[in-house]
Design a protein around this ligand. Structure first.
Ligand SMILES: C[S@@+](CC[C@H](N)C(=O)[O-])C[C@H]1O[C@@H](n2cnc3c(N)ncnc32)[C@H](O)[C@@H]1O
Length: 300
């Protein structure tokens, strides 16, 4: 791939989704975008960049962004965060919200739905204890394609074998040939919508718990910091944030404090801004991106 074509895709992906692509990932661009070029009747990625330069079609841009998202997920992924949800967060919030009797949860990069549905199954198991409570699970993702999959809630044998306890499979899924359909009693507990983490979050309302797992790893320090600070703005002061195992707030924002005993769990902190461990990268786009290509794809 020509450097100028690589730079154009890199800039588009950064501006539209925050994804940072390094030159050693150009094979990934080629393998994921070649089918998109085919779909659009374009003979090569070079002709795709020519079309993007001449007329940046929003539908083509959306297809490119969606093709480059990594949707890897599984039921009860990493186990621990779901134990923390059940054994640490829920008891605290059930006490703190006993007058209000409602709890809002946000899965901020929900992929094909396994994460929010895992939370829904935990809550369903506690139905008797939670009688009279209102739980809202809001699940969002940048990709409409993956959201459609999440809403369908139909999973392969391989997907249900990864992390899902057998008793939940038997109780909450129906088998149709090779696939497993999640029952409506769980499906209806989750509300899916499209949301880009780079956008203003105020329309999302406030939450008691935010799961933002395994998505910040794809972003640079600047976007990580901005997203975490926006999440802090949407999280109740006594709320909880869960990040993925390879993610942290340390050195990025002072808005959250890690729980030293529960990896991945964060609460809001009120430290002054000067206590940030290291300054964030202040540049608006990856340094090698020319201002021409980066301004082509600026979101409005
Ligand atoms: C690796 S999956 C993580 C799924 C789930 N949270 C988990 O931990 O299993 C990352 C998801 O983030 C989504 N994503 C990537 N960039 C995004 C953005 N800017 N805004 C919202 N979602 C984004 C992708 O579409 C993908 O489904």
């Amino acid at each position: 791939m020509k450097i100028s074509d690589f730079e154009l895709f890199k800039s588009l992906l950064y501006e539209r989704s925050g994804l940072v692509i390094s030159p050693d990932k150009s094979y990934l661009l080629e393998s994921r975008l070649t089918p998109i070029a085919k779909k659009w009747g374009l003979p090569s990625l070079e002709s795709m960049t020519m079309q993007l330069r001449a007329l940046p079609d929003e539908k083509l841009i959306k297809d490119i962004v969606e093709a480059m998202t990594t949707n890897e997920t599984s039921f009860f992924r990493d186990t621990k965060p779901f134990q923390i949800f059940q054994d640490t967060i829920l008891p605290v919030l059930l006490e703190k919200r006993k007058t209000r009797k409602s709890i809002r949860i946000w899965c901020a990069a929900s992929s094909s739905g396994q994460e929010p549905y895992s939370l829904a199954m935990i809550l369903k198991e506690k139905e008797a204890e939670l009688r009279g409570w209102r739980f809202e699970i809001v699940a969002t993702d940048i990709s409409d394609e993956i959201l459609d999959q999440a809403k369908r809630a139909s999973y392969t044998q391989f997907e249900v074998q990864r992390g899902l306890p057998i008793q939940y499979l038997m109780k909450y899924f129906m088998q149709f040939g090779d696939s497993w359909q999640l029952k409506d009693e769980i499906r209806n507990m989750v509300r899916f919508s499209n949301f880009n983490l780079l956008d203003n979050m105020s329309r999302m309302g406030t939450f008691d718990i935010v799961f933002c797992r395994n998505v910040l790893i794809y972003f640079d320090e600047k976007n990580k910091g901005e997203i975490l600070e926006k999440i802090a703005g949407q999280l109740e002061n006594d709320g909880f944030l869960l990040l993925g195992g390879a993610e942290t707030v340390l050195g990025i924002t002072n808005k959250f404090t890690p729980n030293p005993e529960k990896r991945g769990l964060y609460i809001k902190s009120d430290k002054p801004a000067s206590t940030i461990v290291s300054p964030r990268n202040a540049s608006a786009a990856p340094s090698s991106t020319s201002s021409f290509t980066s301004s082509l794809f600026k979101r409005t």
